[in-house]
Design a protein around this ligand. Structure first.
Ligand code: CP
Length: 322
């Protein structure tokens, strides 16, 4: 088994993942993503067959914004692959003395083989990738991109529904500021969904640059305010938290606060076999009463963050010369 994973990882690296930056899911082809899902699936199905392909390589995590899942799943993934992890805690670092992002990235590059960065500024991960010779993975930049979350979301859909094409999706909530929603829309545009409903109040509909991009890419979308109207048709319900921290004006946030909540009574009307996803963390849009329904898949989705990030690390730096 070990040999099978090693061989497949090597073939995929040769096919284009090796030492690649992961900044925007749009940079990856459908075939890149399908190869990734295949490897992540093998890792999650056969955890004992994993080779320690990071072989003491060092992963640096630099989270300038709070994170539980992204930071810790990358850390767990690196450790499971035999790597080591160093963590820059901005509040305990020379960032507090005014050190610039480029200088911080130069330090991380010189101490590690790969950098995972999260930053509140859009474009910060791209800037880091332009400075660093070591690969950079975007763990979220402002409200712009969260590519590895979208890879995980699409992987979860593949695992639970068998395929991504031909399904109806409802992306519910803050599609304006949630980078998870933007990256998922970009990721879906690599596939052939039947339709994607964007369910939110008008002020939380996608920003113009996101809508223009997905239109250009041919993704079929429809705006809607009420999930109940279409819930019997939907295969994948993807919820997002209202991103309070991204609103330029607190009054604008107050206008939409609590404007949607997915209750158990609503989810029981969903199509048989449909799944409910959420990148987490959740607030009151997804009450815990939904957790025991058979279509509540968000905890499994978070759990699969580890095999997904193991697959990414394996492909990008596993066995590769630093
Ligand atoms: N889904 C996600 O990005 O979670 P964290 O903010 O906890 O990393």
């Amino acid at each position: 088994m070990e040999c099978i994973l090693a061989r497949e990882g090597e073939q995929m690296r040769r096919s284009g993942w090796s030492r690649r930056d992961v900044i925007n899911i749009l940079d990856f082809s459908r075939s890149d993503l399908e190869s990734l899902f295949e490897l992540a699936g093998k890792i999650s199905d056969r955890p004992n067959s994993i080779r320690r392909s990071l072989n003491e390589k060092i992963v640096a995590t630099a989270f300038f914004e709070a994170s539980t899942r992204t930071r810790l799943s990358f850390t767990t993934a690196a450790l499971k692959l035999g790597g080591k992890v160093i963590d820059l805690s901005p509040e305990a670092s020379s960032v507090m003395k005014g050190e610039s992002l480029p200088d911080t990235v130069r330090m991380l590059e010189s101490y590690s083989d790969l950098i995972v960065i999260r930053h509140p500024s859009e474009g910060a991960a791209l800037l880091a990738s332009e400075i660093s010779e070591s690969p950079v993975i975007n763990g979220g930049d402002g409200s712009q991109h969260h590519p590895t979350q979208a890879m995980l979301d699409l992987f979860t859909i593949t695992k639970l529904k068998g395929h991504i094409d031909g399904l109806n999706y409802a992306i519910v909530g803050d599609t304006r500021y949630a980078r998870t929603a933007a990256s998922l829309l970009y990721g879906l545009s690599k596939f052939k969904p039947k339709k994607v409903y964007l369910v939110s109040p008008e002020s939380l509909q996608p920003r113009i640059e996101i809508k223009t991009k997905i239109d250009e890419l041919g993704l079929r979308t429809e705006k809607l305010e009420d999930l109940e109207e279409i819930i019997p048709e939907i295969d994948v319900i993807y919820l997002t938290r209202i991103q309070k921290e991204r609103f330029p004006d607190v009054m604008e946030y107050e206008k939409v606060r609590g404007s949607y909540e997915i209750t158990r009574n609503l989810i029981v009307k969903a199509k048989r076999g449909s799944i409910v996803l959420h990148p987490l963390p959740r607030t009151n849009e997804l009450p815990s009463e939904v957790d025991t329904l058979p279509n509540a898949a968000y905890m499994k989705q978070a759990e699969w963050g580890v095999p997904m990030r193991m697959a990414i690390l394996e492909l990008v730096i596993g066995g590769a010369k630093g």
